[in-house]
Design a protein around this ligand. Structure first.
Ligand SMILES: Cc1cc2nc3c(=O)[nH]c(=O)nc-3n(C[C@H](O)[C@H](O)[C@H](O)COP(=O)(O)OP(=O)(O)OC[C@H]3O[C@@H](n4cnc5c(N)ncnc54)[C@H](O)[C@@H]3O)c2cc1C
Length: 517
């Protein structure tokens, strides 16, 4: 398995994704000092890069800031299917938001797939874009009933879908829907191609700059990172949740999803996208990288910090080997996505944030589409142009009642971790019991510590209290990170923030290392 040491570009986890293995280099020039930008966009994933390019194309002078390198976040760990059907199904959208909302989203998702294809064509980006058929299949009666309802709502919404008798992969099914004109692509090659065009049009990019906070004075955002301050008239947070405590943390639950890229003994790689309907569902597609074909199999999702990531990988590997003749598992990685409380993303003015500040989050497993759609909506909002979807997806919208119980459940989890993790009688471990390159929450001299022993046997002790809202982090043995079960904040083994909303690193604790193995 590949790990971080042989990367040319990092990701927010130890495991190398298929996309990191194969992408071009991007030349970025230093910034000119004291520029007041029209728009500063924070976050260099598909959302931030596409938004920056769209605005720059419209004549706005933009700065794109990224904590690490472009593609460091979920865009570097996605599986990059492009679909006109969504994790919030059309029957759910019909019922919670109305049929017109379903029709609007069906139109928008189709247009976004076309927009990505057209960017790739016009900018001559070598991003492996291909239109594909997608199969959604049921495996029991209950799923078949759901599928029938999805068929009727999707057709009413205007999605091209029909019933068929194959699912494109060697897995048993009861009933199948075929969605035409879906697509797949290479997400990192794509965003680097967009970033190149953005630079060509005069945009600026600042990597390795973690934005801690911002202040708004006299119509200017002052955006702070250490002793650097950048200035912009508009501010876009393309970071999932903006740093700090805000309402969006309460409206989005962070989840991890797992992906394997495997080679097949019979080399019979599916020429389609496919999805089952289990909870959580599995997703499938093929991709060729540097002349090698891979089957991607994803799934085993769970709330961040709640389950054991190694067990999730084992479950996915078991599922993959039971269903396919696998010759090798070449890549395995996990990444984070955010499930919105009412099923639809939050794109627009930052609720409770400064004037002229914007957010785009809650994309569920459809962030390639919704991240790109955010670029279109936010560009319109900043230019003062009316956008059909702005109201439906506004972050300030009232929640439909049906989502409210889930919302309460997310917050019940927060309360549980405050109490149970701090005062529970968990098994107390000593540092000596840790293997090299392993982390654990241990109790030393009556205090809980997040303890990691590096590959050379040196221990790094951190306060396990998440700097965002005070929950206790858990060790992620697979991505070698400390993950917070409350709002999805993630930290590297040295305590640095890997994934927001925390603003600050985990506090380093001095320990006496005498007597450690
Ligand atoms: C395993 C998996 C598979 C998926 N598959 C699909 C799929 O097939 N199709 C689909 O449509 N969607 C899919 N998704 C969802 C999709 O990948 C994401 O929603 C999408 O990549 C999010 O893009 P983004 O630009 O909003 O966020 P990110 O790509 O996470 O980018 C955010 C960036 O902001 C930076 N950042 C954060 N905080 C700060 C700060 N304070 N200062 C500076 N920079 C900061 C981060 O370093 C990061 O690079 C999948 C998700 C997962 C986890």
């Amino acid at each position: 398995m590949k790990n971080r040491t042989d990367l040319t570009s990092a990701r927010d986890g130890e495991n190398e994704s298929l996309w990191q293995a194969s992408h071009p280099h991007l030349e970025i020039k230093p910034l000119k000092e004291n520029t007041i930008y029209d728009v500063v966009i924070v976050g260099g994933g598909i959302t931030g890069v596409t938004t920056a390019l769209e605005l720059q194309r419209k004549g706005k002078k933009c700065l794109l800031i990224e904590a690490q390198n472009l593609g460091f976040g979920t865009t570097g760990g996605t599986s990059a299917h492009l679909n006109t059907f969504l994790d919030a199904t059309y029957p759910e959208i019909d019922s919670d938001f109305g049929k017109e909302a379903s029709a609007q989203l069906a139109r928008a998702t189709k247009e976004i797939i076309e927009m990505i294809g057209s960017n790739i064509k016009s900018l001559e980006i070598d991003a492996d874009f291909e239109y594909k058929d997608a199969f959604l299949f049921s495996q029991n009666q209950e799923e078949t009933e759901q599928l029938k309802s999805i068929l009727s709502s999707s057709q009413q919404a205007g999605v091209k879908v029909s019933e068929v008798f194959e699912n494109g992969i060697p897995i048993d099914f009861q009933h199948v829907l075929l969605f035409k004109e879906q697509a797949q692509f290479h997400p990192i090659k794509y965003i680097l191609g967009l970033a190149r065009e953005f630079l060509k049009l005069g945009g600026d990019i600042l990597e390795h700059t973690f934005v801690e906070n911002s202040e708004y004075k006299n119509d200017i955002h002052y955006i702070n990172s250490g002793n650097i301050t950048l200035q912009g008239r508009h501010l876009v947070w393309a970071t999932h949740i903006p740093p700090g405590i805000n309402i969006l943390s309460l409206r989005n639950a962070p989840y991890r999803s797992y992906v394997l890229a495997v080679k097949l003994k019979n080399r019979d790689y599916p020429n389609c996208l496919a999805y089952d309907m289990q909870e959580p569902y599995h997703y499938f597609r093929s991709h060729e990288i540097n002349g090698d074909q891979y089957l991607l199999i994803g799934g085993a999702d769970h709330k961040t910090g709640h389950d054991d990531p190694e067990k999730a990988f084992s479950a996915l590997e078991k599922y993959a080997t039971e269903n396919f003749e696998i010759s090798s598992i070449d890549y395995r990685w996990s990444s984070q996505y955010y499930v919105p409380v009412d099923g639809l993303p939050y794109i627009g003015q930052f609720p409770g944030g400064d004037a002229n500040s914007f957010v785009a989050t809650g994309f569920n497993g459809n962030g390639m589409i919704f991240g790109s759609l955010s670029a279109v909506i936010l560009t319109d909002l900043i230019l003062g142009i009316e956008n059909d979807l702005a109201k439906l997806l506004s972050p300030s919208r009232l929640k439909p009642v049906s989502g409210f119980m889930d919302f309460v459940q997310e917050n019940a989890d927060v309360a549980y971790h405050f109490v149970a993790d701090r005062f529970g009688t968990e098994i107390i471990q000593s540092t000596k019991e840790l293997k090299n390159d392993e982390g654990k929450i241990v109790e030393l001299e009556g205090k809980k510590l997040a303890l990691y022993k590096d590959v050379n046997g040196q221990a790094i002790a951190l306060s396990p209290v998440c700097t965002h809202a005070g929950c206790i982090v858990n060790w992620n043995a697979s991505e070698k990170s400390w993950d917070c079960p409350c709002h999805g904040g993630r930290y590297a083994t040295d305590g640095k923030v890997l994934t927001g909303p925390p603003r600050k690193a985990l506090e380093r604790i001095e320990i006496h290392q005498t007597g450690q193995a």
